[in-house]
Structures are given as C-alpha cells and as structure tokens.
Design a protein around this ligand. Structure first.
Ligand SMILES: [Zn+2]
Ligand SMILES: [Zn+2]
Length: 69
C-alpha cells in the first residue's frame, strides 16, 4: 500500500510552496502555482523581458520561452 498521496513536487521553485504565489505559473517548470491569477494575453515584449531574466516559462501564461536542448 502506498503511503503517500498523489502529491507531486514539479520542481524546487519556491513559488510551489507559497500559499499565495505572486505569479500564475512557475518560471522553472511552467506548472500552475496560483490559479487565482487571471491569465492575461502576453505580448512578445513581455516574453522577451522574461527571457532576459532567464525564465524558462512565462509566469503569466505558462508558455515555454526557452526550448530544452
Ligand atoms: Zn515549478
Ligand atoms: Zn506569457
């Protein structure tokens, strides 16, 4: 019998541990960290800025910004 519940830890980003994450998606794995944040349409300049901060995923829409090799 499995003792654990289906609790997944997508990555070690701190946003997953926050009860009230300031962003909708995790920048490292793209998982939803706060589904109360409304998804606004992103512009390409928004994504370009996020790439400069080395976010793999957009924290607003969850889109992958940096492709895996
Ligand atoms: Zn994550
Ligand atoms: Zn976006």
């Amino acid at each position: 019998m499995m003792g654990r519940s289906m609790q997944r830890t997508p990555c070690d980003n701190m946003n997953h541990r926050r009860a009230n994450a300031p962003v909708g998606h995790c920048p490292q794995c793209g998982g939803v960290v706060n589904d109360h944040i409304r998804v606004a349409p992103c512009s390409e300049s928004n994504h370009a800025a996020a790439r400069r901060h080395q976010s793999v995923f957009c924290v607003d829409c969850g889109l992958r910004l940096i492709l895996a090799r």
